[in-house]
Design a protein around this ligand. Structure first.
Ligand code: HEM
Ligand code: HEM
Length: 191
């Protein structure tokens, strides 16, 4: 389902639902934490670094589940129509960015899972239970391929976040505060 454009001057009821907002911020936080752990775990001593990577894997597997729920929700619920202050090219870019996010929020953890599965090892979910390895072959060579894809997707994700936050910030600084309020209703509520 695609978003239309709200008629000019329409009321602030045009915002994401509580479920969409909760899933957005939960998944965004987990992804940002995982990017940070992925890039900086090496700076910590071994026991801490290893614990961080175990957490990284468990968080990532959780993101797969949450992203599937979010995608199902998105496909079955029409998003609020775009704010009329957004120009046609901004609406196009926002739509492209959002769908690229849905793709990457699954591709990032799945390539990570494939990478560790190449070693044939199950992944512990916060020490509570084991998530089995995916049935893939190829050993070390497969591990390296998925590792480089996982790394590349990390950079693509960062580029999208910069674009996405930049877009939100641009409108915010231009005085269109209601746009941020669409996804952060506690931050801005129109009368
Ligand atoms: C990894 C981090 C993030 C991801 C994966 C993400 C993903 C998304 C997606 C997919 C949508 C579109 C929802 C839809 O219509 O289907 C969206 C909307 C939105 N996001 Fe994010 N987001 C992230 C971080 C952030 C951050 C840090 C901000 C704060 C500046 C933010 C602010 C917004 C706003 C304001 C909207 C609503 C846009 C509109 O339609 O007016 N997001 N986000
Ligand atoms: C939200 C999902 C995820 C994101 C955003 C993410 C991101 C990253 C990033 C940016 C790196 C550093 C890559 C580099 O530059 O070398 C990394 C490393 C890694 N990730 Fe993920 N990842 C996610 C999920 C997963 C999952 C689900 C697993 C496995 C089950 C996993 C396993 C690993 C491993 C083993 C490393 C390499 C650690 C090392 O040896 O340096 N990741 N991840």
């Amino acid at each position: 389902m695609t978003a239309g454009v709200a008629p000019a001057g329409s009321p602030a009821a045009i915002r994401y639902t509580r479920v969409a907002v909760s899933l957005h911020w939960l998944i965004a936080t987990l992804i940002i934490v995982n990017l940070a752990i992925g890039w900086f775990h090496d700076s910590f001593a071994k026991p801490v670094g290893s614990a961080l990577i175990s957490g990284h894997k468990a968080i990532g597997l959780t993101v797969i589940l949450l992203a599937l729920v979010r995608l199902a929700w998105r496909l079955s619920h029409r998003p609020p129509p775009f704010d009329p202050v957004m120009k046609a090219w901004e609406r196009w870019l926002a739509t492209a960015t959002h769908w690229a996010f849905y793709l990457l929020m699954l591709a990032a953890p799945v390539t990570g899972w494939l990478m560790v599965s190449a070693n044939g090892r199950a992944t512990s979910w916060f020490g509570l239970f084991d998530v089995p390895a995916l049935p893939i072959t190829g050993g070390k060579a497969a591990h390296e391929i998925y590792e480089s894809r996982h790394e590349l997707i990390g950079y693509l994700m960062l580029a999208l976040i910069v674009l996405h936050v930049g877009g939100a910030l641009k409108h915010h600084l231009q005085g269109h505060r209601q746009l941020f309020g669409r996804m952060a209703p506690w931050f801005y509520r129109e009368a």
